[in-house]
Write a protein that binds this ligand. Sequence first.
Ligand code: CP
Length: 305
Amino acid sequence: MRSLIDILELSAEEIADLVATAEDIIANPQKYAEACRGKKLATLFFEPSTRTRLSFEAAMYELGGQVLGFSEAASSSASKGESVSDTVKVVSCYADIIAMRHPKEGAPLVASMKADVPVINAGDGGHNHPTQTLADLLTIWREKGRFTDLTIGLCGDLKFGRTVHSLIAAMSRYANVKFVLVSPEELKLPSYVKKDILQKKGVPYAQTTDLESVMPELDVLYMTRVQRERFFNEDEYVRLKDSYILTPEKLKTAKDSLSILHPLPRVNEISVAIDDDPRACYFKQALNGKYMRMALILKLLGVEV
Ligand code: CP
């Protein structure tokens, strides 16, 4: 039995297989419509979500399976003090696979050690978000046709943005990938990500506070929201929240082939005036998340189509 807690648990070959399965699902949805008949997915969300929870649920329905779960800790027995371990032990009696989001880093890992069914990390605190990375990877693949030879700008809250940490880990495995890290000083990429991934693998990266100065060199621009829920100090959040707002004016020096990604939700980081720009990929990215979650559910349940 296999869970997915960290994106690096999937080899580059497995990522390629998941991308190929997702592409096949997009081309032939009917082929997969009964693949999970009789199977149940439990979505245990101890923290708010729109895309991740609903795309997991849509994914299971489109595979012919069923879904149960809760969307906030307050409506589960966690509110009475039940532990994550006991929760997943019990839910294992009712479901074949679990997708869990939790505000505490490491909670899905603990769950995977106690559950009797596969557990998928649907986001743990400021740590990891591997299935968002799968959505990001399919988007890069569909837009660029490759994972190699890319300069990727990551902009905004690189400290608390768990999607950034997982994406750096995933993309660092490919040849000739360079990262440009754009953030305020207070929201720089944690040193453990730089040390354990970028420096360890010898991946080139540059750090700046000035997005416009690096815009012309980017192939992918990954914008992120400043993560209000991870701040201890509201004044600090208010001071930093609008550090970067992408506008048509700021895109004037960007490549025509630039792909603009954002894991969403967006607050103020990308002007809605950019939504109709052909380089804007963030709504396609949200759709791609459903296809990659379908491919992942098939893989972890061992369903062959
Ligand atoms: N990208 C993402 O995780 O969105 P949600 O918080 O809406 O699930």
